[in-house]
Design a protein around this ligand. Sequence first.
Ligand SMILES: Nc1ncnc2c1ncn2[C@@H]1O[C@H](COP(=O)(O)OP(=O)(O)OP(=O)(O)O)[C@@H](O)[C@H]1O
Ligand SMILES: [Mg+2]
Length: 345
Amino acid sequence: MRARSMELSLITLENLTKSFPGKSSPVLALREVNLEIGAGALYGVVGPAKSGKSTLAKVVALQEKPDRGTVRLDGLNTAGLDGRRLREVRRQVAALDTAPALYAERTVAGNVAAPLEQLGVDGPQRRSRVGRVLDIAGLTQRATQHPGELTDGQRRRVEIARAVASGPAVLLADDPTAGLGADEAGSVLTVLDRARAELGVTVVLTTKDAGVARRVCDGVALLDSGRVVEHGTVLDLLAVPGSRTADALLPAIDTPRSQSAAYDRAADVVLIGFAAVGALLPEAAVRFEVELATIGGGLTRVGDTPVARFRVGVTGRQADSALAWIADRGAHVTHFAAGPRSVAA
Ligand SMILES: Nc1ncnc2c1ncn2[C@@H]1O[C@H](COP(=O)(O)OP(=O)(O)OP(=O)(O)O)[C@@H](O)[C@H]1O
Ligand SMILES: [Mg+2]
């Protein structure tokens, strides 16, 4: 086997449009999709049911041809490929969703070894590769067990280990956490993250659950009715006012808006980064002699970065100055209502 696991692959999608025959008119599953997925990224495609995620994964995996547009891998236009070149490029692109079921009669290690056997990799080289990907999948202790003895989440991890065993450059994981509980879903995401970090595989995962993207993705695209409606790094999108991705990723604010009427000013404050989360609001209260109440929201993590969204109610003569100061410090402040108690001019 050619060792090519650290050759990272850049994916460029240009004006991808894909339709399927529908009852009365064609269903447009993808509409003019343009995206660039960096080499070695763990990229999330997030969107509601039927938004086109699986279609996108299949088009990138070269299993479906787009009606129009181009899929480039490391700049190579995949549309013109056929025969041997197409098979070679396809081998670099692994897809979890279409993988055959695990062999029930083979051990975990035997399942992971299967694609290597097909490529004629044998002996110590095969054993060492199987050992490495089992370690990445957190399955070293399960190597001699059979799929039937595993949980759904563990089986999903075997599938990932098998998919990356032969060293593909790209892994498409269509809804890899579907049907799993939170702990098992977390373990699956950890394996995808390790595959990216330790094997250099460019991973594209699709999910309906923004929380999945929050855990591990660097970049994310939000699909809606086949269109990319937002894309960027997760941390950048959090700072975009009105971003649907941000709204889905940040802690929910469950407090009714009417509650903010009790304050001179009310605003939603998004803080990205730890120091800011801990210190900014109390410091503003002291500096501007205002009362600053947290009336909704909370803290979470995006990857390793702590982020917070709070709805704050501010009471005091310098309420506006306090909020302006918080914004100057790098927080994203959205004023949404002034209370009936007007701040003295
Ligand atoms: N093979 C097909 N034949 C006909 N229509 C299809 C086919 N595949 C997808 N579609 C349609 O294309 C649209 C996008 O489907 P797709 O499966 O890509 O969405 P999805 O985001 O993966 O949805 P889900 O979250 O439910 O998996 C839907 O309207 C779907 O019905
Ligand atoms: Mg799907």
